[in-house]
Design a binder for this molecule. Structure first.
Ligand code: GLV
Ligand code: MN
Ligand code: MN
Length: 396
């Protein structure tokens, strides 16, 4: 499976993956998923929001155990964030079949949720948010990529029906539990003897766009005192974000910036920077974002730069279902139970159905980068753990 996936959407320069929603690379990943389902004789379904499903057992039977993850990536992402969950899910089904799979009392499905990273349209987990009713079709239709292509246009060009998108309560009603396996994205398991952990919670997190408006002017003739340079206020805000995060125990990152018009010899008229912020609790998150916003506005006032802040997404704290979490931990015996700052489709679905996650050790502790890694033995341990969990849940 890895051999087939490896070249899809891989940048020759960086070695990272650029698998953005509704692009050619995304289509190739989707074709791979469908082929994997068909090769195993699983019933393939494409839902109204473009999520893919592969069913072992009757999809209509209800109380299904669903596993899976996503196949899209961040810009220059690693090989494992998302695909490890999907590959491991198919491999876990193979393992269950190898074990003889006696007494399957509930159907099992593998899912590939569309557009988890939000790399193209700015909003993460679009497929699961639409399904769970956390993103309205009207809002989704307004999403645009950097070239101005709307989500419906992108879906249509990829051969999907954008008029069909929307909540899918009937599908959710068929699911008894969702278990997502994912590469661990920090150092939480790296320095432990454990290849596999279980999730306890996801930190609340969100994305905010900061627009800094100044005045375009000549870089060689405009006196320092006459400048209204939005880049200065942006730079100050980046430093403030780091400082406020350190003070509060939160995380705050400006990882994307646009400069208009972007001339080397011109003072910019507009700088837009995207803040990603996360914290252990919603109070801390709100405190840190408010403090960064205040620092930006105060600096802008001194420089003649107007600052406007728009919240583009917010995901509340996720506390995974204790019963399911404890059952997984008991089945796997003595594994670490960990919170994470990373967002997941499992977090979105947890508001609607019992949901749990397994993490596989990442020795580099790096993610959202080509340096993300998981060793083969740890990946196999992940598959075995997932198979154990699926067997426990589906073969009672
Ligand atoms: C998704 O990977 C996120 O946490 O941003
Ligand atoms: Mn990710
Ligand atoms: Mn992921």
């Amino acid at each position: 499976m890895w051999r087939d996936l490896a070249p899809i959407g891989r940048s020759a320069e960086s070695g990272g993956y650029r698998r953005y929603a509704w692009t050619g690379a995304d289509a190739d990943c989707r074709a791979w998923f469908k082929a994997q389902a068909e090769a195993r004789g699983l019933a393939y379904e494409l839902d109204r929001n473009g999520n893919q499903w592969a069913w072992l057992g009757d999809p209509a039977a209800g109380d299904a155990i669903v596993t899976g993850s996503h196949l899209d990536s961040v810009p220059d992402g690693g090989a494992f964030d998302g695909p490890l969950g999907v590959v491991s899910s198919f491999a876990a089904l193979d393992e269950l079949r190898r074990r003889g799979l006696t007494g399957l009392s509930r159907p099992i499905a593998v899912v590939n949720f569309g557009d988890e990273e939000g790399a193209r349209f700015g909003l993460a987990c679009v497929g699961s948010r639409l399904t769970a009713g956390q993103l309205t079709p009207a809002k989704a239709r307004q999403l645009r990529d950097a070239d101005g292509v709307t989500l419906p246009q992108a879906m249509e060009r990829a051969g999907y029906d954008p008029d069909a998108i929307g909540p899918d309560p009937e599908r959710l009603a068929r699911i008894g539990a969702f278990v997502e396996l994912h590469v661990e994205q920090g150092r939480a398991l790296a320095d432990t003897p454990h290849p596999v952990g279980v999730a306890s919670a996801i930190w609340p997190h969100g994305r905010w766009r900061f627009d800094f408006r100044g005045e375009a002017n000549h870089a060689g003739t405009t006196r320092i005192d006459d400048r209204r340079d939005p880049m200065l206020t942006y730079a100050h805000t980046v430093l403030a974000a780091r400082q406020k995060a350190e003070l509060t125990g939160a995380l705050a990152t400006f990882g994307k910036v646009n400069v208009d018009p972007g001339g080397v010899n011109a003072i910019a008229s507009l700088v837009s920077g995207w803040l990603d912020s996360r914290a252990p609790d919603e109070g801390t998150l709100s405190t840190v974002v408010t403090a960064i916003e205040r620092a930006a506005i105060e600096h802008g006032e001194g420089e003649g730069v107007a600052v406007q802040v728009t919240q583009e997404s917010f995901t509340p704290v996720v506390e995974f279902a204790h019963g399911l979490r404890d059952r997984l931990a008991a089945r796997l015996g003595g594994v670490p139970v960990l919170p994470t700052g990373a967002g997941h489709d499992a977090g979105i679905l947890s508001a609607r159905i019992p949901t749990a996650m397994l993490y596989v050790r990442n020795p580099t502790g790096v993610s959202h980068s080509p340096a993300e890694f998981a060793g083969e033995d740890d990946c196999v341990a992940g598959v075995t753990a997932l198979a154990d969990v699926l067997e426990d849940l589906a073969c009672q």
